[in-house]
Design a protein around this ligand. Structure first.
Ligand SMILES: [Zn+2]
Length: 319
């Protein structure tokens, strides 16, 4: 799922950084009562007549119109919270997932953010989106809000390079999403279609267009078809690179390490050289490309790419 123009400033305008932008520790401020109903003035309007389901969850809360939506939101939110801990080292403060069709909603309380989403609502003609997309989008939100906030207008996401912003979101996907990304990467590797890494590091997101050329504001929670022929390779190569970097560095929080490196004003290319070269005089991105391709074509995860193993994440769950 790609984002389009204006997202960063959209979120920036609605939810300022809550004073948490420059983190020194992984434990973020927490407000367990963030879902208190008085903090959501206006959450009583909706398109159907039955009462809303407003429920506190392990990650914060949900505001939905039926049990199917509740299950969908609960699963996505729990995955996102676990992935934030596991891959970003962040204990994210409570956030809310709210169905698009619950009507107007104003967060006046202590919730870190509210993710409005088109949850299943067949009565309104919406069909269910793939289950990997909502955790992916929550991943973008968490990455931008807590690790690399925007520094200017017309950025694809925050101030991070586009590939790193997308890598963080891909790290949040569920087993189904990971399996399909890996299948795609394998297919590309077989046809020499992975994007060369030195090129990827400088790429503007294929779905990004300058905001000035887009009169329409982004409509949240609506699935988009990719508009660039490069999009498929962009996502697939980033997924493969993420797995490859974890394998090479032995560090599952490699995204966080890259963020720290960039925030220290050091070069991304330098990070790759420091972390991937056996002998620094031998480092080349051509070699990285060759190693990445070999990894995708030979590793077990990519040969059984529809069987993503979440056991290592489950073992590390705090609760
Ligand atoms: Zn994305």
């Amino acid at each position: 799922m790609a984002r389009k123009n204006g997202r960063a400033s959209h979120w920036k305008a609605i939810f300022a950084c809550l004073g948490l932008c420059s983190l020194s520790t992984t434990a973020l401020a927490s407000d367990v009562s963030c879902l208190a109903s008085e903090r959501f003035k206006g959450a009583t309007q909706r398109e159907a007549d039955a009462p809303l389901i407003v429920e506190t969850t392990t990650f914060g809360g949900i505001i939905v119109i039926n049990q199917v939506q509740a299950d969908e939101a609960r699963v996505a939110g729990e995955i996102a919270r676990d992935r934030a801990r596991h891959f970003l080292g962040l204990d994210v403060p409570p956030f809310v997932i709210a169905a698009k069709n619950v009507g107007a909603l104003q967060n006046t309380g202590g919730c870190a953010f509210v993710m409005r989403w088109v949850l299943t609502a067949p009565e309104n003609g919406y069909s269910k989106l793939p289950s990997s997309i909502l955790p992916h989008e929550i991943g973008h939100q968490i990455f931008i809000q807590f690790l690399m906030p925007p520094t200017g207008e017309d950025e694809y996401g925050g101030s991070a390079p586009d590939w790193l912003d997308e890598m963080a979101a891909l790290a949040f996907e569920d087993a189904r999403g990971i399996g399909s990304r890996r299948s795609a990467a394998r297919m590309l590797a077989q046809s020499n279609g992975l994007i060369p890494i030195d090129e990827l590091l400088l790429m503007t997101h294929p779905e990004w267009k300058p905001r000035s050329s887009d009169a329409e504001p982004r409509v949240w929670g609506v699935p988009m078809q990719p508009t660039s022929s490069q999009t498929f390779a962009f996502y697939s190569t980033i997924r493969a690179l993420f797995d490859f970097l974890i394998k090479e560095t032995g560090d599952e929080q490699v995204i966080r390490r890259l963020v720290e490196h960039i925030q220290a004003n050091k070069s991304v290319e330098g990070w790759f050289e420091e972390n991937l070269a056996v002998d620094h005089s031998d480092f080349s991105f051509n070699q990285v490309d060759a190693d990445l391709k070999a990894y995708v074509l030979t590793s077990a995860e990519y040969s059984n790419s529809d069987l993503y193993d979440t056991s290592s994440i489950d073992r590390n769950r705090n609760n």
